[in-house]
Design a protein around this ligand. Structure first.
Ligand code: CA
Ligand code: CA
Length: 292
């Protein structure tokens, strides 16, 4: 007995042969005298289907927070396959032109935490089955639309003194007598921007004067913006004796201020409210200086 041959391969003593594809396998047996006999065995119970790609968070709209130039976008690529796979993926601005370079990772699932800048992006991906080397169809995601919540013009001629982000809240600092329309003119956003009362959620009229702690609402985003009117600690849009009193009460620890009120009172911007801020507010109130 010389042994067994499968599909014309060399004879061996082993009568075991691994088959990874459906189809016919010719098994030949040869004895010591050189007599051969062959049979054809048809293999049809292996399901060799190509890997399939599934994407969660397939596209969508993502907001770049104020003060940042990018946003993290999470998505999961999952492969349905019989065997272990390698996943290939690339991020491209084109939906139609295939990227030339792909990242790849071994496994049937990968969680991506993509760092996306402003634009419209597509995730291209495919998978290769490591056992039978079958490749999935190329998968192109839906559009990932990434855009800033809002852009403030703080340049020359703008009514916005500055924007400060503290603990995820953005404080937009404006001088007293700035109107809602003045501020809206200095804002660019692809969302609907409205200025609302923080307690009643009521929209303020365009020609009304801004007050400390009004909110800027940007579409349905979670972005939080508070208005700070310099010198207006009481949140009524004017600077008068009541602001001076409130400031002084805070100074002598008889009153507290929230962050927006504090920023409204820190006129000499040094991170504290003291006699210098009080003096400046009083001078403004008595028309000895024109601006805060
Ligand atoms: Ca006031
Ligand atoms: Ca100060």
């Amino acid at each position: 007995m010389l042994g067994y041959s499968f599909d014309g391969k060399a004879y061996s003593e082993s009568n075991t042969y691994k088959v990874s594809r459906n189809g016919n396998v010719t098994i030949t047996v040869k004895d010591n005298a050189g007599n051969e006999t062959s049979i054809v065995k048809t293999i049809e119970n292996i399901t060799n289907t190509k890997p399939m790609i599934k994407l969660s968070n397939n596209g969508g709209e993502y907001v770049i927070p104020t003060g940042a130039d990018r946003v993290k976008v999470n998505t999961t690529i999952e492969v349905e396959a019989q065997h272990d796979c390698e996943i290939y993926y690339a991020i491209s601005e084109s939906k139609t032109t295939e990227p030339t370079k792909y990242n790849h990772i071994a496994g049937n699932k990968v969680e991506l935490n993509m760092d996306m800048t402003e634009g419209t992006w597509y995730l291209w991906t495919y998978a290769v089955d490591n056992t039978s080397h079958l490749t999935s169809a190329k998968y192109v995601s839906e559009a990932f639309i990434v855009r800033p919540a809002i852009v403030f013009n703080t340049g020359e001629g703008s009514c916005i003194c500055k924007v400060e982000t503290i603990n995820g809240v953005n404080y937009v600092i404006v001088p007293v007598n700035t109107t809602a329309n003045d501020l809206l003119k200095q804002i660019t956003s692809s969302y609907d921007v409205t200025i609302k009362m923080s307690d009643s959620n009521k929209e303020v009229a365009g020609d009304s004067k801004l007050a400390t702690n009004l909110m800027i609402v940007i579409g349905s985003t979670n972005e939080q913006h508070r208005i700070v009117v310099k010198g207006d600690l009481t949140g009524d849009g004017i600077v008068d004796i009541r602001d001076l009193t409130k400031m002084n009460r805070y100074r002598v620890e008889k009153d507290t201020l929230d962050k927006a009120e504090f920023l409204a009172g820190d006129l000499i911007e040094d991170g504290k409210i003291d006699i210098k801020d009080l003096t400046k507010l009083n001078q403004y109130r008595l028309n000895k200086i024109n601006e805060l």
